[in-house]
Ligand binder design. Structure first.
Ligand SMILES: [Zn+2]
Length: 412
């Protein structure tokens, strides 16, 4: 018993008790005596206590300057995700957001960015990217303490802004729910739609090129294509009217091609961006799709549906062709998946010029297909699913379901 009262054991210097530095945080001789007795006579229980204290110390270390930054950033990210999910699941909040808040804020942003011919959003992305890159290089030796927490904080802030400025639209009621449409369809209905789209695509391709074998090209400038789309973007049946345009070429078109995107909406600036490098026969369809996003449509299949309605109803033949040829590609892809024999059968009845457009588009995307595209595809697929779009990236093709549902009462 004498040994444990030595001064050395209080500051951990005692050689006999080095393994029990635990005494350093003891609270007096009585405690130490009891601890010693426990250690001596209840070694298992004592060791358990030591382990518990070690765990506590490790936990407290998280709040030390070394890890405090990381823990605070993680907590901030968790709180942001939690708040977004709670608000996203509140029907009254989403109704307020879609009917009042979003239209006002989107119009304000588009009015501002619409003054500029270049993309404000792309400049903002570039500046932010540079800032994060410089911060990473400067603090590369403190990745866990500084760089990673900084990236987490930016992710959380951008995720919050993304929702405030646009993405709560993901949580609104779907078009099928609003219109009371049944999205299931039979093979007969898909056959009917495919035949109609082939008929229209062939007719328009021939009217534009005067030759069944020539691929369709938009021979006017991209600005002229933008203006033509804007002229027709009007869907009173769906309460969608586009009044304050802000459509821009993306400065990152080459990068978009490698990522596999034809366009995107910049949610932070409200600008609709399109990839001017991609094949142009259906560029007007892409622009119409991005404008639907600007008007608060979250679902990719619905944006395709609205883009079809706008471009198919135009008097401009190129826009009509973009609508029918794009929808036809989706139908053919569906047959490729369902029944390749039917796909072969239909391909024989399509004009060579139309097929050339498809082949050129396939060759373009194949030439840009690398592991980068696969990474973005996987990321985007999961991103959509995380944001209440349960079909992920395959939701683009679901616009065929919407087309069939909307045409169900028409004679195709
Ligand atoms: Zn989209």
């Amino acid at each position: 018993m004498k040994a444990i009262t030595r001064a050395s054991c209080f500051d951990g210097r005692g050689t006999a008790f080095k393994s029990a530095k635990f005494f350093q945080i003891g609270f007096g001789t009585k405690f130490l005596t009891c601890s010693f007795i426990k250690w001596r006579f209840e070694p298992r229980k004592y060791n358990k206590q030591v382990k518990q204290v070690e765990k506590l110390k490790q936990f407290l270390e998280l709040y030390s300057p070394r890890y405090g930054n990381l823990v605070r950033s993680l907590s901030y990210l968790l709180v942001v995700v939690l708040v977004v999910k709670i608000l996203g699941n509140s029907n009254s909040f989403i109704a307020f957001y879609q009917s009042s808040f979003y239209p006002k804020i989107a119009t304000t942003f588009r009015t501002f960015t619409g003054y500029f011919s270049f993309s404000i959003g792309d400049i903002a992305y570039t500046l932010l990217g540079l800032y994060l890159l410089i911060s990473t290089i400067r603090n590369r030796k403190k990745f866990i303490q500084i760089v990673f927490p900084l990236l987490l904080r930016w992710c959380a802030t951008l995720y919050l802004l993304f929702h405030v400025l646009w993405a709560f639209n993901y949580y609104g009621p779907s078009l099928a729910e609003k219109q009371n449409w049944n999205l299931e369809y039979s093979d007969t209905e898909l056959h009917a739609l495919t035949r109609k789209l082939i008929r229209e695509s062939n007719r328009l391709q021939f009217e534009i090129t005067k030759n069944k074998s020539t691929a369709v090209r938009q021979t006017v400038s991209d600005a002229a294509v933008e203006n033509t789309v804007l002229k027709y973007w009007f869907l009173p049946d769906y309460a969608l009217n586009y009044e304050t345009p802000s459509v821009k070429k993306s400065s990152y078109s080459l990068a978009l091609s490698y990522m596999g995107f034809t366009g995107y909406l910049n949610p932070f600036s409200g600008e609709a961006q399109y990839n001017y490098e991609s094949p142009n026969f259906n560029r007007s369809f892409t622009i119409a799709h991005e404008i639907a996003h600007q008007l608060g449509v979250g679902s990719e299949s619905e944006c395709n549906f609205y883009a079809f309605q706008v471009t198919a109803a135009a008097t401009d033949l190129h826009l009509q062709y973009a609508a029918h040829a794009t929808a036809l590609r989706y139908c053919l892809n569906m047959w490729k998946f369902k029944n390749p024999v039917v796909l072969n059968f239909y391909q024989k009845s399509i004009n060579q010029g139309v097929l050339r457009n498809f082949e050129e588009a396939d060759a373009f995307w194949k030439g840009k297909s690398t592991f980068v595209e696969k990474i973005f595809e996987t990321f985007y697929d999961n991103f959509l699913k995380f944001n209440s779009q349960k079909d992920g990236i395959s939701s683009y093709g679901k616009f065929i379901n919407l087309l069939i549902a909307s045409n169900r009462n028409d004679k195709i």
